[in-house]
Design a binder for this molecule. Structure first.
Ligand code: HAM
Length: 423
């Protein structure tokens, strides 16, 4: 029997990567928290309709990438491919927007998209994100961008480029849609199969196509179809970004892969990521989404960043924290009554640091070798004739300590190690 393999397109988080993962989540929670955002979480699966209506049929996510199944009650369910529709459903379902406006929430959640796995693209991946729900003002569009920008700055990630566009309101998009149909219809026969379908269902998606990129170069631009009010909205977001000192590139071909956007749409790109997978994250305003989901019309804006993609860049740039040993101190007992004493000392020393106790019957040399392999800084040898012996595994220096002084001695060693080697 061959061992069971993980599902294609998934990754395990192994202990060596855990410090980087925790650093990432804790930094995001801290930055979002400092801007007044509170944690929210939603179920891993939802009624399929939430995404079919929210993200939109005609998008790749809904048409090709959803993990959809019929549950034992005969209901169609889908593993969450993105967080905005579920978070909006949760906030409006709990009437949070009636208690305060806007509602500011952040999340860190697993997402599922059935796509061909490759570098930067998995079937299960993770996002952190924020949503501001209940107000429509350009200052909130700029605020969410600023949260993401500051977060990436605090991770010390260099070289992030903000791509910014306006998709206008629904009238603007109707006009733009007509212009796109007029432009692409004579080209229909030359377009790829997907784009021929997109031309009928969702012409904006044509701009997303990598295969037909050569036709997209001369396609009409959304900027030429924006109303005065939409243009003003965009300019105001841009002014707020200027005030915040956040540089951006206006990218009129940025349409995003989800249908719920109106007005602001943006992405964070990084040159080190390859081709189609160069987006670290993206977001925008989705004022029509609540209505689509059957709630009273409620505006919203937010972003999501791909954790795995950002961690790849962080690792390349050497800013992610290194793997940590599971414990700083290993208690090595030497048989007889020393096991009981070792357990008692472990309990006490855990008030100060991370401790594992090796209470087995193995030889002391072997225990010390294992403690060293674990990456521990200290070993406390219990049950020797001379008493308790504290050994620094880096320097090999050891000292005899007593039950009364062991805590201080351990503290002094930890402090010295934290200050680095002295000359
Ligand atoms: P999205 O652009 O679909 O937006 O996804 C955001 C980010 O998730 C991407 O830029 C990428 O870093 C990461 N990502 C997406 N698909 C994959 C994948 N297959 N493998 C690895 N990483 C991936 C949204 O999901 C919107 N909900 C963002 C938003 C929030 N808009 C408003 N609020």
């Amino acid at each position: 029997m061959s061992p069971i393999a993980p599902p294609r397109g998934t990754r395990d988080l192994l202990p060596a990567e855990a410090p980087a993962w925790r650093w990432f989540l804790e930094t995001h929670a801290a930055v979002a928290g400092r801007h007044g955002y509170q944690l929210i979480d939603t179920p891993v699966f939802e009624a399929t309709e939430l995404f079919a209506r929210g993200v939109g049929s005609g998008t790749d996510i809904v048409d090709k990438e959803m993990y959809t199944f019929v549950d034992r009650g005969g209901r169609s369910m889908t593993l969450r491919p993105e967080g905005t529709a579920p978070v909006l459903r949760a906030v409006l379902g709990a009437h949070l927007e009636q208690q305060r406006r806007p509602v500011r929430v952040y999340y860190a959640m697993a997402m599922f998209r059935y796509d061909r796995p490759q570098a930067g693209r998995q079937r299960e991946f993770h996002q952190v994100g924020v949503e501001v729900i209940g107000e429509r003002d350009p200052c909130y569009d700029a605020e969410v961008i600023e949260v993401a920008w500051r977060f990436m700055a605090e991770l010390r990630i260099d070289g992030v480029e903000l791509q910014l566009n306006s998709l206008g309101d629904s009238d603007d998009r109707l006009r733009y849609r007509a212009a796109l149909v007029a432009y692409y219809t004579p080209l229909r026969e030359s377009l790829c199969e997907d784009c021929q379908r997109r031309l009928d269902v969702n012409p904006l998606r044509l701009l997303d196509c990598k295969k037909d990129a050569k036709y997209n170069e001369n396609a009409p631009l959304i900027g030429d179809h924006l109303s005065e009010a939409s243009r003003e909205y965009f300019d105001s977001v841009a002014r707020h970004l200027d005030d915040a000192g956040i540089p951006y590139t206006r990218n009129q071909r940025l349409v995003r892969g989800l249908d719920y956007y109106a007005h602001t749409a943006f992405e964070f790109w990084h040159r080190s990521l390859q081709g189609a997978q160069n987006a670290l994250g993206g977001g925008g305003r989705y004022d029509g989404l609540a209505d689509e989901l059957g709630f009273a019309a409620t505006p919203g804006v937010g972003y999501a960043l791909g954790i795995e993609r950002l961690l790849t860049v962080a690792a390349d740039q050497g800013v992610a924290p290194a793997p940590q040993p599971p414990a700083q101190l290993v208690i090595c007992t030497t048989g007889g009554a020393s096991a009981a004493e070792g357990r008692r000392l472990a309990r006490e020393l855990r008030n100060r640091t991370s401790v594992v106790a090796d209470l087995t019957d193995r030889r002391l040399e072997k225990k010390l070798r294992d403690a060293d392999r674990l990456g521990a800084l200290l070993a406390l040898l219990v049950g020797l004739d001379e008493g308790l012996v504290l050994r620094n595994l880096r320097t090999g220096v050891q000292q005899v300590v007593s039950a009364d002084t062991v805590l201080d001695a351990v503290s002094a060693e930890l402090l010295q190690a934290a200050q680095g080697p002295t000359a």
